[in-house]
Design a protein around this ligand. Structure first.
Ligand code: NDP
Length: 327
């Protein structure tokens, strides 16, 4: 029997519970993984608390990411005993996910975990950390250098924001953290933020162009915050947009793009090709400060993950939640 968070619908009411499932109840899969750790991302919290729009099939085992060991594989490229990361590809949305002791996957969804990154640290990063790295790689590809000026990180005390700050500071950037939680200033400074600003400065509808301030931006918030970030990015700068914590809407003008040559770069983690994933996970393994990962993350079991989910959606969770699926 396998322990899993199980989401089901009963006359339109969502039930989220930890259940014991037999291996036969899981859909057939090319690769069977023994999951070691998963994590609680924004999307997982949405799935557990609201179901839609994340869950596309019922019933569902949520969990958009996990790390584990291959137990059985019908693909010759993947051998039993290999430690792999599974994230995205609709896992935890359309396909049963990793908030369970067992997960099934297609072989070409899986990335070998870099040898220097242990399983727990991989899920301290999880999809949020990997997405933060995808954003940093966009900035790098654009040619942004530390000498170009300050880099803004929005949603700073959240999962993507926390890891983005740590990664950018490590690369020598002067990072400015935007947060609604001023009490987290010592935490954000510990991660490497040079200064902290109140997110209110960005969260209301602003002007088409604001003072040129940021060389680049990593935004996990969307809505007016993203519009204002673009409006205050310096000539030729870049804004990497990956999230919608404030909202999915985006009301702005083309002024930053046509008058300042600002680039708005979309970042998607779910369908990112394997080569991009391998690069991102290797860069994370090479660059992330393991001590800071202890500061960023805390660990819960499956039952507590259900309890924490509403707090994560309410923006009350700091950093990252690792889920020990065997606890
Ligand atoms: P978290 O909940 O950990 O962090 C989000 C942060 O956004 C909060 O901690 C808070 O930071 C800030 N925030 C929350 N509500 C508001 C609001 N109303 N206005 C302004 N800021 C707000 O989530 P994650 O970091 O895991 O994910 C962040 C976003 O990125 C989510 O929308 C998620 O769906 C998206 N995402 C997208 C991916 C992709 O593939 N494109 C992959 C991973 C995540 P603070 O308290 O510091 O202000």
């Amino acid at each position: 029997m396998v322990k899993a968070i199980f989401l089901s619908k009963h006359e339109d009411a969502l039930r989220a519970e930890v259940r014991e499932l037999s291996a036969q109840e899981f859909p057939p899969a090319e690769v069977r993984l023994r999951v070691e750790y998963s994590s609680l991302n924004y999307k997982d919290a949405l799935a557990i608390v609201k179901g839609e729009p994340v869950v596309r099939q019922w019933p569902m085992v949520p969990g958009i990411d996990g790390v584990g060991v291959v137990e059985e594989s019908s693909n010759p490229d993947l051998k039993a005993g290999q430690r792999v990361v599974l994230n995205g590809w609709g896992v935890g949305e359309r396909h049963w996910g990793c908030l369970a002791q067992y997960a099934g996957a297609k072989a070409d969804w899986l990335v070998s975990l870099p040898a220097s990154l242990d399983a727990r640290d991989a899920m301290a990063l999880g999809t949020a950390g990997y997405t933060a790295m995808l954003c940093v790689l966009k900035l790098e590809k654009h040619g942004v250098k530390p000498s170009d000026g300050e880099v803004l990180v929005t949603g700073a005390a959240g999962g993507v924001g926390s890891v983005a700050i740590a990664l950018l500071a490590r690369r020598g950037f002067n990072v400015v953290a935007s947060t609604g939680r001023s009490e987290e200033t010592p935490y954000l400074e510990k991660l490497g933020a040079l200064r902290v600003i109140d997110r209110k400065a960005l969260s209301e509808r602003g002007k088409p162009l604001e003072k040129e301030t940021w060389a680049a931006v990593v935004d996990s918030v969307g809505s007016h915050t993203l519009a204002n970030a673009c409006a205050s990015t310096r000539y030729g700068g870049i804004v990497a947009a990956c999230g919608l914590a404030q909202g999915m809407d985006l009301a702005m003008t083309v002024a930053p793009f046509i008058l300042r040559g600002v680039t708005l770069a979309g970042v998607d983690s779910v369908m990112a090709p394997l080569a991009v994933r391998r690069t991102a996970w290797q860069c994370l393994a090479d660059e992330i400060d393991r001590e800071l990962l202890r500061v960023i993350s805390r660990e819960v079991g499956l039952q507590e993950a259900i309890a924490v989910a509403p707090r994560l959606l309410a923006g009350q969770v700091r950093g990252r939640i690792i889920v020990d699926v065997n606890a």
